[in-house]
Design a binder for this molecule. Structure first.
Ligand code: IMP
Length: 463
């Protein structure tokens, strides 16, 4: 008799990333046999707190912290082998076994030093010309996806064949050197730009030109350690499904950073929405049984681009400052301060629509403790017209004036509460109003970074 096929949950961020997905993915892996990354690269960052110890992960799914759970990096991820190996070494120092449990797709496009160089050179050029910067993480994510779509990318599978790798690398470097010359990249101080830990980009880019030999040598060195983990991830996931394993697909960034559905052009270069879990890992969409939308109890964003409910978050004594400091809103990847603002339910409505959300997980509710009143954005005025859904693209969103409802705050602490009915009445009302406006039920609430501080209303794997 064959096993009952597994149930598979997709976890996505519903705002601009940094919603606290890492904690939830880690928590949900209690019932999962495998965790899959399907898009993005090391621009993502998850901070996990386990037994009071903080761990930051950028590429490896957070499921790695659970013994026995398999982790997969799907074809939709742009992969820096150096960053991956750096992360593995860090986990091994903390006595976490990684190499036998991690599988990397041979279809992943590679991120190499010149991708980061072009990413940085473009942002520098924008700054000099006075144009609006995207505020990228400088990790080379955009250029790597460009290569993929332009069909010139080096992929993980090319590392298996050094001759082929070198031939393609030579062509690619010629292309990048031409791009860098146009941007006057010889004026960038590469010694200030990190590539790997303790290694600046100046080891690979001298003046405005990429050093072929330095890149080749490092990539082939990395290949030796990477290739034993390389596999046909699509095949392994389909086999895990047939064997009855539950899989968790871990989205990176957030829906409003999605290349199609986000605040374009202030977005990342991949599809962050749930539908990409299938294409980015090599499973059919009918395998995905539930989509969980991770939603912070307020809004934050790093980098440039419109943010209708943004508050002044730099002046002590303001609500924005409270959110920024109590919420410790600094990026895991770049350390940049995150912009902070009120909850935007009309934005969440767009996220619910483009992801097909089954349920919500509200995170960082405790950060709102002590605020007298809360403002909830339920729609906007756009060119004098009232709308109830975030429009598409930055140009229209820039002109949106938020329409707020005022709700009472609460003074009691919600830290560590694990039952919904134990939350202050005002907190319960706030959450119910979010469900109503977004049209999606809340199935989980997180009340501190600790993995045990979670209210479970409906288990996504049982829904
Ligand atoms: P890129 O992904 O480095 O190209 O950056 C594009 C935009 O996405 C910038 O505004 C970044 O700050 C933002 N971004 C990329 N990754 C993350 C993330 O994991 N969390 C939040 N913002 C991100």
């Amino acid at each position: 008799m064959s096993a009952i096929p597994g149930r598979h949950v997709v976890v996505v961020g519903t705002q601009w990333g940094d919603e606290g997905k890492g904690k939830l993915v880690d928590w949900l892996t209690e019932t999962a046999t495998g965790v899959v990354r399907f898009q993005g690269g090391h621009n993502a960052g998850h901070t996990l707190v386990i037994n009071g110890v903080k761990t930051a992960l950028h590429l490896i799914p957070s499921g790695i912290m659970r013994d026995g759970v398999r982790c997969y990096i799907g074809n939709g991820v742009v992969l820096s082998a150096g960053k991956l190996l750096e992360e593995i070494t860090g986990l091994e120092k903390a006595r976490v076994e990684v190499r036998s449990r991690l599988r990397v797709s041979e279809g992943c496009p590679l991120i190499l030093p010149f991708h980061a160089a072009l990413d940085v050179a473009r942002e520098v050029a924008k700054e000099k010309s006075g144009a609006a910067k995207i505020g990228t993480t400088g990790r080379g994510i955009g250029p790597a996806y460009e290569d993929k779509v332009a069909r010139r990318a080096l992929r993980v599978q090319d590392l298996k064949h050094p001759d082929r790798f070198e031939r393609k690398l030579r062509e690619l470097i010629a292309y990048y050197n031409a791009q860098l010359a146009m941007l006057h990249a010889d004026q960038v101080d590469w010694s200030q730009v990190a590539w790997l830990k303790d290694q600046p980009l100046s080891a690979f880019v001298r003046g405005g030109s990429v050093d072929f030999e330095a890149v080749r040598q490092q990539a082939l060195d990395h290949a030796k350690a990477l290739l034993p983990m390389v596999a046909d991830v699509s095949r392994e996931l389909n086999e895990a499904h047939k064997a009855g394993g539950n899989l968790l697909f871990e989205g990176a960034q957030g829906t409003l950073l999605d290349i199609d559905h986000g605040t374009y052009p202030f977005v990342t270069s991949s599809n962050c929405v749930a539908g990409n879990a299938a294409a980015g890992s090599g499973v059919g969409p009918q395998l995905l049984s539930y989509v969980l939308g991770i939603t912070k109890a307020y809004c934050t964003r790093v980098g440039g681009g419109p943010f209708p409910t943004e508050l002044d978050w730099e002046t002590p004594g303001t609500v924005g400052y409270h959110l920024s400091t109590v919420g410790a809103e600094r990026g895991t990847t770049t350390g940049r301060a995150r912009r902070c603002g009120w909850f935007d339910a009309a934005l969440l409505k767009r996220s619910a629509q483009v992801n097909g959300l089954s349920g919500l997980c509200i995170t960082k509710l405790d950060v709102l403790d002590g605020l007298k009143e809360l403002q909830l954005c339920v729609g906007y005025l756009l060119d004098g017209e009232r709308i109830d859904l975030l429009p598409l693209g930055a140009d229209d969103i820039e002109r949106c004036q938020p329409i707020y409802e005022t709700l009472p705050g609460w003074s009691d602490s919600t830290v560590g509460v694990t039952r919904f009915d134990r939350l202050p009445q005002a907190a319960q009302s706030y959450l119910h109003r979010i469900e109503e406006v977004a049209g999606v039920p809340i199935h989980l609430v997180s009340t501190s970074p600790d993995r045990d501080h979670t209210i479970l209303i409906q288990d996504p794997f049982q829904a």
